[in-house]
Design a protein. Structure first.
Length: 184
């Protein structure tokens, strides 16, 4: 009885992990981040030819082994993201000391709408967690919320700054011009 229960539990776990595997089979939408749009560098960075931004291939906490990201993405509260960024800049990650936390539109620019779990091109950004990733943008009118982008769903939302989220740093830009607010 116990062995049968354990076997059934193991089979359910295996099936659920396969269901959570990245799925990029949707042909109902055009690719939004085709691999050809990016230059994949040997140092663990990628350059988006459309925006000119350079991204870390891996999430903070993972390591680039020359082919993929290994290890688990670290998670941070929003207030801890600055220290994580500063540490990588001090270490001159990939030969650069000007990494920053991206803005929401920048994170949204790497969302792949054909894929689910994660909603990202995993050839360009391997081993990306289907989780919240912090942006540098605080929610206007509050002191306790900042925006995250969920790479499981591809959706940006204001999130309590004490919540844990992953982090992928960027350099260059911004490639877009923020809208101007009209004062009356």
């Amino acid at each position: 009885m116990t062995i049968r229960f354990l076997s059934a539990a193991f089979a359910a776990l295996l099936l659920s992990s396969q269901a959570m595997a990245v799925d990029c089979s949707s042909q109902s939408r055009p690719e939004t981040t085709p691999t050809e749009r990016f230059t994949i560098n040997a140092d663990g960075t990628v350059v988006d030819k459309h925006t000119g931004l350079m991204w870390m291939s891996c999430s903070v906490g993972q390591s680039w082994d020359g082919k993929t990201c290994t290890g688990k993405a670290e998670t941070f509260s929003w207030t801890e993201t600055d220290a994580a960024k500063d540490e990588l800049n001090k270490a001159n990650y990939a030969g650069h000391g000007d990494w920053r936390v991206p803005m929401v539109p920048e994170l949204a620019s790497i969302v792949e709408l054909q894929c689910f779990n994660p909603r990202v091109n995993v050839k360009v950004f391997p081993a990306t967690a289907s989780d919240l990733y912090w942006s540098s943008m605080e929610k206007k009118g509050t002191t306790d919320r900042a925006y995250t982008l969920n790479f499981g769903e591809g959706e940006a939302t204001p999130t309590n700054k004490s919540k844990d989220g992953a982090l992928r740093l960027v350099r260059g830009g911004p490639w877009w011009t923020p809208p101007k607010m009209m004062m009356q």
